[in-house]
Every structure is written in structure tokens, then in C-alpha cells.
Design a protein around this ligand. Structure first.
Ligand SMILES: [Zn+2]
Length: 342
């Protein structure tokens, strides 16, 4: 089959479009014909080797794939052949302590499509049969691929971990990112006062269209000063963070007593000087967030199908253009998501 794989870590030139063996579903597995794949910044980290996660080479990239079930492994059943499905990014075991607690996004078995296991930048991909998420009929493959990880992650951060409340001040950093565009919409859907921050005025204009009432450009304005000013001197009770570096330290400065900061990324600085005194004196909760649970992803896909949430798709490209899509992601020259079609 055709796929985009890496044979060694490195730059964009390490993404090779070519033939790799079509995977064979084993016991418990399903084979899915991929119809659309979401492009994530995480793909870039995996290719470069920043993640520190090793995998056999060639390694097929792509953490977020949707398509149709075409076959099952020996003795395995699941949704009917031809069913339109999303492949859960975390291939959850269903039996570990995290899975049993409803946090299967942090399954202790830790099998992640496109990260520790071959991914979805391919014509076919394997999924555990019990990790197929059937797609609502009204949902296109492109919208599903653009929503499952970012929408699921945003829901996990804003609702499950962030416990958003109506009329609360919520600051969403990197509001032009895939997670950011969903976090703005989800916080607005819950009746929050949403402040979007980003590094460009153009992205902020678009964030307003998604439900942000106020905006901050953190390259030209002081994020903490503005966030406090826009909340009548209180500071945002909840911050949805994915930038790291100064943006994280400014967020800590901005939150009020008992403020909550939920973070899922650190592309602008993985190691941050944190003022622990501010953290404890203000009683701040700083919470990490990785993958959403299967239920959260399915819930978000249903809301997208119903039109309550809208994925922001920057562009849909053929899989052969995966390196071009990766270059746009790396340079941050995009709003929302890019989707590849094999
Ligand atoms: Zn598990």
C-alpha cells in the first residue's frame, strides 16, 4: 500500500511517500481503509524525534485516521464491514486502572496510533476492534478527521478537567490551533466569557467568529495585564494552555486565587521557570492533559455531526502532499486543521 513513513528521524525530507507492506489484522484487530487523516503538530515531534519515543522503522506517521472497516483478524468481530469509523488515537486496553476509571485516554498500555504503533498516513491502518468509534451518518470523513483529536482534547480540557462554568472567564491560548478553535467553541457553548489569545490579529479575528468575546495578541500585548484588564481586574478563572514558555508563566500571573490552568502542549518552550510561590499562594491548579477518552471523542463527533461544533479546516490535501502540510504546521501558517486524503 501507499503510505508516508519515516526511515530515520529528522526534517521534512525524511517523510517518504512510497510502498510499505499492507498491515495484516491479527486476533482482536480490524483493518480500516483510511479515507481522511488529521495533521497534528505531534506528527512533527514524532518525525523529528523530539518525543523521545522509539518505534520500529519504517514508521508510518499519523495519529488521527478515519475510514471504513474492511476486515477483521481471526476470531474477531465488531461493527459491520463497511461501517464508517474513527480509529481511537489511544488504543485503550479497557482493563487497566486508568481505563477502568474512565480515563482511557491515558491507558497504561500506552499504544498510540502514529506514535508507538504505525499510524494513519496510509491507505490502510490497523485498529483494535474495540477501539473503533462508529461515525454519525451526517459527519463527513474530513470533518471527523479534523475533529476527533483536537475536539476530544479540547472537551477533555475545558469540561472534564477544567470544569467550566457558565459566566466564568476562560482564557484560551493559541486560539488558532486545532485544540484552540474547539476550546473557544466548547467554552462558549457552556456560557463562559471567552478570551482568545494568539500571536496574530488575523487568527484573533477568526476566533471572534467562533465565540470569543475578547482577544489578546500575545506578541504585541502583555498577556497577563490584558487578561486581568478584560476580566474587570479578577483574572481568568480557567486557562486552556498549549503554548508553554512565557505564555504559561504569564497565564500563572493572570489567574486569580483558585484559578485552574490546563495544559496540553509546550511548542514555545518545554522547560518553564515556574514561580512556585505564586502557584501555592494563589492556590492554583496546574493540570496536564494528554488524550481524551473514547466517550469524549464520540461525544464531540456527535456534536460536530449536529452542527453544535464546527471544525476549522485550513485545507484538505492529497496524502502525497503530507510534507507540504507538515511545513505549514511547523511554520504556524494555518488556522485550525489540515486534513490529508489518501
Ligand atoms: Zn488501559
Amino acid at each position: 500500500m501507499k503510505a508516508v513513513a519515516i526511515y530515520e528521524h529528522g526534517g521534512l525530507d525524511k517523510m517518504i511517500y512510497g510502498d510499505v507492506p499492507t498491515p495484516e489484522p491479527g486476533p482482536g484487530d480490524a483493518l480500516v481503509r483510511i479515507r481522511a487523516v488529521g495533521v497534528n503538530h505531534f506528527d512533527h515531534d514524532i518525525r523529528e524525534g523530539y518525543s523521545g519515543i522509539d518505534h520500529p522503522k519504517p514508521h508510518v506517521l499519523g495519529v488521527e485516521g478515519v475510514g471504513e472497516v474492511v476486515a477483521y483478524g481471526p476470531g474477531t468481530s465488531g461493527p459491520a464491514i463497511g461501517t464508517r469509523v474513527a480509529i481511537n488515537g489511544v488504543q485503550a486496553c479497557g482493563v487497566c486502572v486508568s481505563c477502568k476509571s474512565g480515563f482511557d485516554g491515558v491507558c497504561e498500555q500506552g499504544i498510540l496510533k502514529g506514535v508507538t504503533a504505525p499510524g494513519c498516513y496510509a491507505e490502510f491502518a490497523i485498529s483494535r476492534a474495540d477501539n473503533l468509534l462508529p461515525l454519525p451518518d451526517a459527519l463527513s470523513f474530513e470533518n471527523a478527521a479534523a475533529s476527533m483529536i483536537c475536539g476530544g482534547t479540547a472537551w477533555h480540557m475545558v469540561v472534564t478537567l477544567g470544569q467550566v462554568k457558565a459566566a466564568e472567564d476562560v482564557l484560551v491560548n493559541a486560539a488558532g490551533s486545532g485544540v484552540g478553535t474547539f476550546a473557544v467553541q466548547i467554552a462558549a457553548l457552556h456560557g463562559a466569557h471567552v478570551i482568545a489569545s494568539a500571536g496574530s490579529d488575523e487568527k484573533l479575528e477568526r476566533a471572534k467568529g467562533l465565540g470569543a468575546q475578547d482577544v489578546i495578541n500575545y506578541t504585541t500585548q502583555d498577556l497577563a495585564v490584558e487578561a486581568v484588564r478584560l476580566t474587570g481586574g479578577r483574572g481568568p478563572a480557567l486557562v486552556i494552555e498549549s503554548v508553554g514558555g512565557d505564555v504559561l508563566t504569564k497565564s500563572l500571573e493572570a489567574v486569580p486565587r483558585r484559578g485552574r490552568i490546563i495544559t496540553c502542549g509546550a511548542h514555545a518552550g518545554e522547560t518553564v521557570d515556574l514561580d512556585v510561590i505564586t502557584l501555592f499562594r494563589k492556590h492554583v491548579t496546574l493540570q496536564g492533559s494528554h488524550y481524551a477518552s473514547r466517550n469524549e471523542v464520540s461525544h464531540v463527533l456527535r456534536l460536530v455531526a449536529e452542527g453544535a461544533l464546527k471544525p476549522c479546516i485550513h485545507s484538505v490535501m492529497p496524502l502525497t502532499d503530507a510534507a507540504k502540510a507538515a511545513a505549514l504546521t511547523a511554520n504556524r501558517q494555518f488556522f485550525g486543521k489540515m486534513v490529508l486524503v489518501p
